[in-house]
Design a protein around this ligand. Structure first.
Ligand code: DAH
Length: 343
């Protein structure tokens, strides 16, 4: 046994390496549970008592030597790595701190939050609905005729056919969910993502964002709608803003209108943003069609209401003069950084 110990002691003394892995292998070979030294400790148990004292000391010396060797090598290698990385164990506390980039909100989120807060202050509550919708919530309940072109494959991303499940093409679907689940009076706005099967260009995208508004109560009139929209325009675009409503058509409102705001860039004088007209279109609106109320279980002889819907990208474009829709989705830091002072 003593011979074996001396043999291993020599091995330990001679061992040298510049490789961390080899040092670790060496430790395992000698010192792990089934390593050579541990096996010697097992044999040691069966020695006659008079040999135990001396051999025990030798074994302990061997184990200590092996441990020391491994630790020395590892410490040396560690120091070399630190040196080669050019840093020291103790950092230089007088160095200036590293610069951290602070994130900023996306311009669409900034504008959505502003729109939300303008309406929340006058009693609207936020409601949300699913981005994957069935045909009934997205079209039928909203009075779209069966042959309406918006149902067409060219406009809508279908997830399943028969029964039709699609990515919602507008946030008006949330109106339906709210009216089905709540009793009037209802005063809600629904911001969210919508999807249309469009070729991507500076002026069109297959994903964009809308905010939908809905107010249902007894005796709601078109004058109420006009008043609220005027309030919104003045809060968002400034007190000098004016609005105008032009007759239009949507299946879910009757009468329907499109709302223009006086051009925020030229203040109505005419520029290339408003194509010289002094007005820019920002949303669709109207009185909720009685068919829609009935489809959602609301008595149209007792209740009436208005609805409106606007595209957040368009409003953001008017606020920040961003004229390419693709910029909103590319997440280019050079674009996003420009909004870091807004919130
Ligand atoms: N859903 C319409 C669209 O996506 C926008 C809209 C128009 C919403 C009129 C309304 C509304 O609530 O009354 O183009």
């Amino acid at each position: 046994m003593t011979d074996k110990i001396n043999e291993l002691l020599k091995v330990v003394e001679q061992f040298q390496t510049d490789s961390w892995d080899e040092a670790e292998e060496f430790r395992i070979r000698l010192l792990s549970k089934k390593g050579q030294i541990s096996l010697l400790f097992n044999d040691f148990k069966s020695l006659p008592p008079d040999e135990k004292r001396e051999v025990g000391q030798q074994l302990n010396t061997l184990k200590e030597a092996a441990l020391q060797k491994v630790n020395q090598i590892k410490q040396r290698l560690e120091e070399e790595i630190i040196k080669s990385q050019g840093s020291d164990k103790y950092p230089d506390l007088s160095l200036p701190a590293e610069f951290h980039h602070t994130g900023s909100r996306h311009p669409i989120s900034i504008v959505r939050n502003q729109i939300n807060s303008i309406f929340e202050k006058i009693g609207f509550v936020i409601s949300e609905g699913p981005e994957i919708e069935d045909d009934w919530h997205n079209f039928s309940a909203l009075n779209f005729a069966d042959e309406h072109p918006a149902r067409d494959m060219q406009d809508t991303f279908f997830v399943e056919k028969n029964p039709d499940i699609a990515l919602r093409t507008h946030t008006s679907s949330v109106q339906v969910r709210v009216m089905k689940n709540q009793k009037p009076p209802i005063r809600t706005i629904s911001p969210g993502r919508v999807f249309r099967n469009e070729a991507i260009s500076a002026r069109a995208h297959c994903i964009f964002h809308q905010v939908e508004g809905l107010y249902i109560d007894k005796d709601v009139s078109f004058a109420d709608l006009k008043h609220v929209l005027n309030h919104f325009a003045q809060e968002f675009f400034g007190k000098e803003s004016r609005i105008r409503l032009r007759p239009s058509y949507f299946p879910f409102t009757e009468p329907s209108a499109e709302m223009d705001v006086s051009c925020p860039f030229c203040k109505g004088k005419g520029c290339n943003i408003c194509k010289g007209t002094g007005w820019v279109e920002i949303m669709g609106c109207g009185m909720v069609d009685p068919n829609v109320l009935e489809n959602c279980g609301i008595d149209s002889t007792v209740y009436s209401g208005y609805a409106f819907g606007m595209g957040i990208e368009r409003i953001t474009m008017l606020k920040y003069m961003v004229n390419d829709l693709r910029l909103y989705f590319e997440n280019d830091m050079r674009f996003l950084k420009q909004f870091s002072s807004a919130h």
